[in-house]
Design a protein around this ligand. Structure first.
Ligand code: GSH
Length: 219
């Protein structure tokens, strides 16, 4: 098998990549990395010195592909399947990419900042940073709530890259700042995402690691 995904099932950006692989039933070898294990971390850093996953390794084409959105575009280019995830029409493709960027930058990374704060040791906390992340997360959820009120998926009526980004981002956003009572269109969208088999599978595979999520330390 040519493709190997370096990942951890609990990682939200890795769930995004997994969804794309599952959507198109793309054959790959999952390679779980425990970044808390010094040996595994050192080996992973040799592959990708930035040390963030997901990373796709394609032996057949001798390519190492980090960054979830680029990784998905790479799969669509070189290993396409029945679900295009980025439509051929340039206007719609631009809408998909814009939505993917909005979700990653203004929702996903805010959630990550809030979770990372909970993982920091006492004395190394950043209360201003987490307050800012929470404020901006609410603003982004407001924007998404207005947009998603009018469509089934993030960028229209076709499931896309943007929905792969949104699913794990919103799943964890709902843990750090529950939005069921405040953003009901986003809440309904999350239910649609949870019913999508590719995301349902990623969540099931993450479930054994949920105890590692620092829910009781969130501020
Ligand atoms: N922009 C990157 C973000 C990847 C990312 O932040 N991954 C997290 C896990 S969700 C990670 O590797 N964290 C480990 C670390 O920062 O040491 C992408 O889209 O792939």
């Amino acid at each position: 098998m040519s493709l190997t995904l370096y990942y951890h099932p609990l990682s939200s950006f890795c769930m995004k990549a997994l969804m794309a692989l599952y959507e198109n039933a793309t054959p790959f070898t999952p390679h779980m990395v425990d970044l808390g294990d010094a040996t595994q971390r050192a080996k992973f850093l040799q592959l990708w010195p930035i040390g963030k996953f997901p990373v796709l390794r394609d032996e057949a084409r001798d390519r190492t592909v980090p960054e979830s959105s680029i990784l998905i575009e790479y799969l669509l280019q070189h290993y396409p399947g029945p679900v295009p995830l980025i439509p051929a029409d340039p206007e719609t493709a631009l809408r998909v990419r814009a939505s993917d960027r909005f979700i990653d930058l203004h929702i996903h990374l805010r959630v990550q900042a809030i979770v990372n704060e909970a993982l920091r040791p006492e004395g190394h906390r950043d209360p201003h940073g987490v307050k800012d992340a929470r404020t901006r997360l609410q603003a982004a959820l407001g924007v998404l709530d207005r947009e998603i009120a009018a469509s089934t998926w993030a960028a229209g009526e076709a499931f896309s890259l943007a929905d792969c980004a949104a699913a794990p981002a919103l799943f964890y956003a709902n843990e750090v700042a529950p939005f069921g009572d405040t953003h009901r269109h986003v809440a309904a969208y999350l239910q649609r995402l949870l019913a999508r088999p590719s995301f349902a599978r990623a969540v099931e595979e993450a479930r054994p690691y949920f105890h590692m999520f620092p829910k009781d330390k969130l501020t």
